[in-house]
Write a protein that binds this ligand. Structure first.
Ligand SMILES: [Zn+2]
Length: 328
């Protein structure tokens, strides 16, 4: 018993000493500097779909890795791990029903085809108003996404009760990632009385570059074995203004995790090298489908990754409380 208590005391002292050492290297001042930079308005919300906006964050993380003294991944000469993705970009949409041209704010095209041309053959689906469901916004958006995944070509007649949220829905089906979806849906606010119609639309495909930022500290012994620290640095960009502010800063999601990755890189660089190689990576395009982490996973041998710490939203306590996975 005495021996156990002694070991416990030693462990406590060691942990205390360790915590003090960590505090010496991971300072509030440096953490505040990094997160404030990443979440500032001039980072424009760090949308991976807007290379001209997210580039500033990419360059900042790259410069931090360089300053810390990390090395690029083995076999590369840059911290930038770039890849190409394709976007579908709406151009024109004209919907005529019963001889009347519908206003743009009442129509929306969900397809990945570069053109649409219909005057017959479209199916008829609908999103009806249900007064028993309190959350109209959620109902519209979830039903619209569900219907957009169906592979048919059809009108989706949306009850005018959803008009106030239709603009937001149009935002989701604006410029977006190609996902190999086969269907075509023409969402229309109106009634189901359709005698004649004509739908004409064009869209274009755009290729954009997306970039993870990856650095490493080479291990001393088992160099090929990796421990990965990661977080995503992209956020959701610019959205409809709230109180005149349209930039989604994403301080918690996930500038906080990215800051941790940079701070940990700095910390470990100042320690004696580990036996295994430590990898530090800031992922892009998490918010639009996890494309950055997927690309990264294809660049390393998963059998050599012995541990991975993905750090997400540590800026404030979880809104689901502590250990939510245990509560569920
Ligand atoms: Zn996140």
């Amino acid at each position: 018993m005495i021996r156990l208590s002694f070991i416990a005391l030693l462990l406590c002292l060691q942990l205390h000493a360790y915590a003090q050492q960590v505090e010496k290297h991971i300072t509030e001042e440096n953490v505040t500097r990094i997160i404030s930079t990443l979440a500032a308005d001039d980072m424009m919300g760090r949308s991976a779909m807007r290379p001209e906006h997210i580039e500033k964050a990419t360059a900042f993380i790259e410069s931090e890795f360089k300053k810390i003294g990390l090395k690029p991944l083995a076999g590369t000469n840059s911290f930038r791990q770039s890849f190409q993705k394709q976007l579908i970009v709406p151009e024109n949409l004209e919907v005529i029903i019963n001889g009347v041209v519908l206003p743009k704010e009442k129509t929306l095209l969900a397809t990945e085809n570069t053109s649409a041309n219909f005057s017959s053959g479209l199916g008829m689906l609908s999103i009806d108003y249900d007064s028993t469901i309190a959350n109209k916004r959620q109902t519209l958006i979830s039903k619209a996404f569900m219907l957009s995944r169906d592979t048919s070509a059809a009108f989706v007649i949306v009850d005018p009760a959803y008009q106030e949220f239709f603009g937001e829905l149009k935002g989701y089906f604006g410029k977006r990632m190609l996902n190999n979806r086969k269907g075509t849906k023409i969402f229309v606010i109106g009634d189901k009385n359709i005698q004649t119609y004509s739908v004409k639309a064009t869209q274009k495909i755009e290729s954009i570059t997306m970039t993870n930022v990856v650095g490493m500290i080479e291990g001393k012994k088992q160099k090929e074995e990796m421990v990965v620290f990661s977080g995503h640095y992209d956020h959701i960009g610019i959205r409809a203004a709230i109180d005149g502010d349209s930039i989604s800063n994403g301080a918690d999601d996930d500038a906080s995790g990215t800051t941790a990755v940079i701070a940990l890189a700095d910390y470990y660089k100042k320690q004696k090298p580990s036996n295994r190689t430590l990898i530090f990576v800031a992922f892009t395009a998490e918010e639009i489908g996890g494309y950055g982490s997927r690309h990264f996973s294809e660049q390393v041998n998963p059998d050599k990754v012995v541990a991975m710490f993905n750090i997400e939203m540590i800026g404030k306590p979880s809104k689901w409380g502590q250990n939510p996975s245990i509560r569920i």
